[in-house]
Unconditional design. Structure first.
Length: 95
């Protein structure tokens, strides 16, 4: 990591059991990829619900950096700055 920034990871209610009930996690990360790697170190169960075995974000999970979807930015290489908010948002389906 080239710089040390503190970002907030917002965890949806359905995944909070994977991180001791926390709704927000604070961690250093220079980009989205390093934030997910840190998530894997700290909360492997949460990471497993967000990313697949290849390290890619599961297709039914959306990740936003502030208000923009990661796919509209630089994907996993999206740079992060101090104070950025990363929101994990699993797709909801049903009828």
């Amino acid at each position: 990591m080239t710089r040390d920034t503190s970002v907030t990871i917002r965890v949806p209610a359905q995944l909070r059991a994977c991180c001791n009930g926390a709704s927000d996690l604070s961690m250093p990360a220079a980009d989205l990829r390093s934030a997910l790697e840190e998530l894997e170190r700290r909360f492997p169960s949460l990471y497993g619900n967000v990313c697949d075995e290849t390290g890619m974000v599961r297709r039914h999970v959306n990740i936003f950096v502030n208000a923009r979807h990661m796919r509209d930015r630089s994907g996993l290489d999206t740079p992060l700055e101090a104070g950025d908010v990363v929101t994990i948002l699993p797709a909801i389906s049903g009828g």
